[in-house]
Design a protein around this ligand. Sequence first.
Ligand code: DHB
Length: 312
Amino acid sequence: MKKIDTTASINGIKLPLCIMNASGVLCTTEQELSNLLNSFSGGIVTKSCTYKPRKGNVIPRYFEWNIGSINSMGLPNLGINFYLSFLEKKKINKPIFLSISGLSKEENYFLVKKANESSKITAIELNLSCPNIVEKEKMLGYDFYQISNFIENIFKFNKKPLGIKLPPYFREEHIKNMALVLNQFPIFFVTCINSLPNGLFIDPMKESVVIRPKKGFGGIGGSIIKPFALANIHKFYTYLRKDISIIGCGGISSGKDIFEHILCGASAVQIGTQFMKEGISVFERLKKELIFILEKKNYSSINSFKGKLKNF
Ligand code: DHB
């Protein structure tokens, strides 16, 4: 039997496995990050951080059901200095993506500068798509006027590999416009997609919402969002410069789902809701399931089928 290669390259960043965690899930504390360092995951994405530590929103702020999840966490994180000093202490055996989600453009400039000072960070995942913060500024991922100037400012000083975590888009025109902006900059990757913003899950027995913040509204993840993730990945794959890699995120719970993300153009994938449900063993299971599919299909690596989705 031929050896199957499940490693990945994100615009030259080598991952020992194409599967990692999605930012936000079990990647906030020292214990959670240590577990990820010791796991099969091909990389580690840290919880989106701010300058100051944050407790986040009131609980309950996360709820899951058979095919989805809803959250309004409110950016609970230990502050950028914690993540930088944690990484300083550790022996690092896989790429580290520091996720940054400042509450203002100025805070993001500051956080990107700080991240540039650390040799332990492989890349920055700049999160322009957090749906749960009610601040003065509009979510940059949906602000087609400001985002170009914002990214231009970032690249005036940024020297690290940098990618952008995007929200889902529901119109081709929006993806095309965003890709045209991103194509002007030396961006390494985009991560598609963050949760679908402002969903509402309710309990008809209790006649109530299921999470406390924002009257029950929150970001939707899990299997039900997979068609939106695939659509965004595939459209960005057509419109982005070919050297900008896509990290697929949204609705992965099996090896088949990973196969679909890669077929649409993803170079690697992230696991959110399913990692939350299943815990750290999810990476090894998904790796086995992916290898099983590639064996059956006679593919020896991800590159043999990446982006090769057929039309009728
Ligand atoms: C949170 C949720 C997100 O989807 C995100 O991208 C960043 C932060 C949160 O509520 O903590």
